[in-house]
Design a binder for this molecule. Structure first.
Ligand SMILES: [Ca+2]
Length: 197
């Protein structure tokens, strides 16, 4: 009997390392590394439309007006002229009355084709219409009209911005003349950003 038990014990001792090896194989860990998407913006499920899809598109080329010197007549309250090209749509210029001229010194001669006027994109800014003409100059003294006065509709649904396109022209100075704003909240022109492309 003792002999049988001894044999069984020996067999058990022999098979234990094999069983341990099998157990190790069975619990082999598989690691899958998944890279996370960029966390700099909220993810939007594809079934939800992006409101920006309906925004009036702006050129992706350089905005020659950004940060350049500007000059305009009297402004309302704290809404000074330099707010018009500081790159922020939450700051804006508001003229005191009409007509309201805004001149941007591009500090160099550029071939320009488009002027965009943007208001704050928030829907708190109810729809309004402004009448605007665009003129250009190479010397800052003599200006040529490139877009006659016309009415443009600003609506948060389309980004609260408009663009005025014209034939390519050399310009060192761009002047906008505002002659009407349908908003009942102001008696002047309003622009959060004026961009020149
Ligand atoms: Ca601004």
């Amino acid at each position: 009997m003792k002999q049988v038990l001894g044999i069984l014990l020996a067999l058990l001792m022999l098979t234990l390392p094999c069983m341990a090896a099998m157990a190790e194989e069975e619990i082999e860990t598989i690691v899958t590394i998944i890279t996370t998407p960029p966390q700099d913006r909220a993810e939007r499920p594809p079934c939800f439309p992006d409101p920006a899809d309906d925004f009036i598109p702006l050129p992706e080329s350089e905005n020659y007006a950004l940060g350049k010197p500007v000059s305009a007549g009297a402004h309302t309250d704290v809404y000074v002229s330099k707010n018009v090209n500081d790159g922020k749509t939450d700051t804006y210029w508001e003229s005191k009355g009409f007509p309201a001229e805004m001149v941007i010194d591009l500090q160099g001669a550029f071939s320009v084709t488009t002027v965009a006027v943007c208001l704050n994109p928030s829907s708190i800014w109810e729809p309004r219409t402004q009448e605007i003409a665009v003129l250009v100059s190479t010397d800052g003294v003599s200006f040529t009209e490139v877009a006659a006065a016309a009415k443009y509709d600003f609506d948060a649904a389309t980004g609260n911005r408009i663009r005025i396109d014209f034939e390519a022209v050399q310009a060192s100075f761009v002047k906008l003349v505002f002659t009407m704003n349908s908003s009942s909240r102001t008696g002047g022109a309003q622009a959060a950003e004026i961009c020149v492309y």
